[in-house]
Design a protein around this ligand. Structure first.
Ligand SMILES: Cc1cc2nc3c(=O)[nH]c(=O)nc-3n(C[C@H](O)[C@H](O)[C@H](O)COP(=O)(O)OP(=O)(O)OC[C@H]3O[C@@H](n4cnc5c(N)ncnc54)[C@H](O)[C@@H]3O)c2cc1C
Length: 327
């Protein structure tokens, strides 16, 4: 199907883009990678009067570390994150999420900021960035404000953005000198949206957890934070008992539904297993080995039938990770 008629605007400065968007009010839509908006328009689920294409606006494609923070501009594509040496290590949760988003075609065009603005509960960046405690900078003709992700993502395809606002940047705070994390995704086939995914990001100080971020994908009306699990981990060593308890609490925070991808019980169990696995990886990131970014295989995707039959030990998990990395 073809989209309805629309006016097309392609400003070259941010000021022009904001003024144009302001003029159209709620009849205008920002166009970034087009990977979510254009399919919606073709299906006539969205029929904006105007598209404000920001792809020619200079300066929005910056991916950089500044004052310890990671800054992700509005035109930074999934692919840029997948290839960047900046991600990984302390921001392992982001590095592991990037290559698991769809396929190379979508990753070449789709943007991180666009994913957040689209607010799909099955979107991967929402959880990875929630776990990393990110916020967005939203600009309008009237000024700028920062919105923590917790407050940005309100519900399915619903955000706190005003129609005349553009996310100009995503900011991820400095996680400290010792931090680790991962993104584990279960999908029906490579490139699919998540059946369930889990983002884990842990900062350490003096041998204990100084901050834990755990967020869940595709098991609720939006990307969910497992706040009880996060609170239980803070201030304590990341030992086996703490990991098991956090995984139990995170599974309790999930709000899954039965659907063609699996039963609610099954998905809740995947959350528990993935949180446990993610926290064990965060506790011993050195055991993941020094895998070059481009060659690193996404760490998720177990076979459900064997994977979720019983309790996993730390040894089981690390053995499987090492085997995957050796392949
Ligand atoms: C086949 C397919 C498979 C996919 N699989 C996955 C997947 O596995 N995981 C996943 O997370 N995503 C997946 N996606 C979605 C993909 O990641 C999109 O790139 C992303 O959701 C939207 O980014 P975009 O830049 O393409 O945004 P667009 O499509 O251009 O815009 C999406 C929405 O965000 C708004 N918007 C965009 N940028 C801004 C901004 N800077 N400020 C304010 N509003 C803005 C637009 O107005 C629109 O409402 C898939 C998409 C496709 C087509």
């Amino acid at each position: 199907m073809y989209p309805g008629r629309f006016e097309y605007q392609a400003p070259t400065t941010l000021e022009e883009a904001l003024a144009t968007l302001d003029r159209y009010g709620d009849e205008g839509k920002v166009l970034a990678g087009g990977q979510s908006l254009l399919p919606l328009m073709k299906l006539r689920f969205a029929s904006p009067r105007a598209l404000v294409d920001i792809n020619r606006v200079a300066g929005l494609d910056r991916l950089a570390e500044e004052d310890g923070e990671l800054r992700i501009g509005a035109l930074v594509r999934h692919r840029d994150c997948e290839r960047s040496e900046l991600l990984g290590g302390r921001w392992g949760v982001l590095a592991d999420a990037a290559p698991q988003i769809s396929d190379p075609i979508v990753r070449n065009l789709g943007t991180v900021a666009g994913s957040l603005a689209h607010a799909d509960p099955q979107g991967d960046w929402g959880s990875a960035l929630l776990a990393a405690d990110a916020r967005v900078v939203a600009a309008s003709a009237g000024g700028r404000r920062e919105i923590p992700l917790d407050e940005l993502l309100l519900g399915p395809f619903t955000t706190a953005l005003e129609p005349n606002e553009i996310i100009t940047e995503v900011r991820v705070p400095d996680p400290g000198a010792r931090a680790a994390g991962t993104y584990l995704k279960l999908e029906r086939r490579v490139g699919d949206f998540a059946t369930v995914a889990v983002a884990v990001h842990v900062s350490f100080a003096d041998g204990t957890v100084s901050r834990a971020g755990i967020a869940l994908t595709a098991v609720g009306p939006r990307n969910l934070r497992a706040t009880d699990a996060e609170a239980a981990l803070a201030g304590a060593p990341l030992d086996d008992e703490a990991i098991r308890e956090a995984a139990r609490l995170a599974a309790g925070a999930a709000e899954p539904r039965d659907d063609v991808r699996g039963s609610a019980d099954y998905k809740r169990n995947v959350v528990r297993v993935f949180v446990e696995r993610g926290l064990r990886m965060a506790a011993r990131p050195e055991e993941r080995g020094d895998v070059p970014r481009a060659a690193a295989a996404p760490p998720g995707r177990p076979e459900p039938s064997e994977e979720f039959a019983g309790e996993e030990t730390a040894e089981d998990v690390m053995k499987e990770i090492r085997e995957k990395e050796d392949q």
